[in-house]
Design a binder for this molecule. Structure first.
Ligand SMILES: [Zn+2]
Length: 405
């Protein structure tokens, strides 16, 4: 029987299919190279075939629910020019792999949406195998992301909702792609990660954007000697919102049942920018402020920060405005606001650097938001390692699963 059409379906050039076995739930395709033998090392044709060797059970994409395996007759080639004896290589499958390249790509694409165990069940392959495929897929993409990268971001996110175990995201801000996801935010973990980047590459980094977390700042200064350290507005804002939230919670406790009913959603409203309000939200806010003057004050302070960061382009003007703003925050006299003011005064120069480099801010915030969406898709107990892979895959460009068949 002529199996040429199967080679066509497989879309692999230069092979001959010798036999096809079809069973209830699997297809086994036997194939061999149809090209003249050549030395895998020096490409000389002055070779002889030492023996034949069968590479069995190479998994490929399924044919309408039948798992597909390739059995590849592989020639062991002796080269008379360079003297090497080698197995011949195929470009659709790596030398020691048990899956074709396109099958691995397919599994990686599934990894964009599904957990390791779901893929394992769905495809009937081992859990460790799925893990391995995803890991090497992620790994292959990492080094290229670092090349020509000039600006990086470091940020934390909680691994589990409501839990205080944090992971660290290190991002290439030029490309909006993750560089690494670390299982915690400990100094030694960060140190180990950054030590693995060659010094030359680290010296090329001109900007590091990060949170008001002293460990991050110290590490960034040590490992990126030429970088401007920027605490971007998004991070300052996070703290401002927390201060405001605390005051709002205190104020809400003093309201009666009827009043509470009228200020439903106030938390989200206060966290919004005032220029994005709808009429109803503006009314709720106005009503709430008649009952809660402290919250009104805190809200005004938050809005002043937004305005300052939006409207200031000049670093000296920024310093004057922010210093004035800080004294207002100080006057709130809450535990949170006082410790924030203390930290902010110490780190003000880094916040001011934002005005030098205010091109990046949206990216890190956007990336962290994307991480949150990816996290929500994860089922089961999140293991920080899988979380990391999931995040990398989540930032890859999605292709149609059919286009990689
Ligand atoms: Zn050779």
């Amino acid at each position: 029987m002529d199996y040429a059409f199967i080679a066509q379906i497989l879309d692999i050039d230069g092979i001959t299919i010798t036999r096809v076995e079809i069973e209830k739930d699997l297809i086994r395709i036997y194939l061999k190279n149809s090209k003249d033998p050549e030395c895998p090392e020096c490409h000389s044709k002055n070779v002889s075939i030492h023996n034949l060797y069968a590479r069995e059970d190479i998994r490929d994409r399924s044919f309408s629910n039948k798992k597909c395996y390739l059995d590849i007759e592989t020639r062991v080639i002796v080269c008379h020019d360079c003297g090497n004896k080698r197995h011949e290589r195929f470009d659709f499958v790596e030398s020691h792999a048990h899956q074709t390249n396109r099958y691995k790509e397919y599994v990686a694409q599934l990894g964009f949406e599904l957990s390791v165990s779901s893929i394992s069940i769905m495809e009937d392959i081992g859990y460790k195998t799925v893990e391995q495929i995803l890991k090497s897929y992620v790994h292959k993409r990492q080094p290229s992301d670092l090349q020509n990268c000039q600006r990086i971001g470091i940020d934390e996110f909680s691994n589990r909702k409501g839990h205080k175990n944090f992971c660290t995201l290190i991002a290439n801000l030029d490309k909006s792609k993750p560089l690494a996801v670390l299982p915690d935010r400990k100094e030694e973990t960060l140190r180990r990660n950054f030590s693995s980047i060659p010094q030359k590459q680290r010296e090329k980094i001109i900007e590091v954007s990060l949170d008001m977390w002293s460990t991050f700042i110290n590490i960034a200064r040590e490992f990126f000697p030429n970088a401007k350290i920027v605490i971007d507005r998004f991070h300052v804002m996070k703290h401002v919102n927390k201060i405001m939230d605390k005051i709002r919670i205190g104020d809400c406790k003093t309201l009666n049942k009827e009043e509470k009913k009228h200020v439903r959603g106030i938390r989200w409203i206060m966290n919004k920018r005032s220029d994005s309000f709808i009429q109803k939200e503006r009314e709720i806010l106005k009503y709430f402020f008649t009952l809660a003057p402290k919250s009104k004050k805190a809200y005004k302070i938050k809005e002043e920060f937004v305005w300052t960061m939006d409207k200031t382009t000049d670093i000296e003007k920024g310093r004057i405005r922010l210093e004035r703003w800080i004294t207002k925050v100080e006057k709130l006299q809450t535990k949170k606001s006082l410790s924030f003011v203390k930290t902010l005064r110490k780190l003000l120069d880094y916040v001011l650097n934002y005005f030098h480099a205010n091109t990046t801010n949206a990216t890190l915030e956007g990336m962290i938001n994307k991480v949150k969406v990816i996290k929500r898709r994860s089922f089961g107990v999140p293991n920080p390692y899988h979380m990391g892979m999931r995040i990398f895959l989540g930032f890859e460009e999605k292709k149609s699963l059919y286009s990689i068949m």
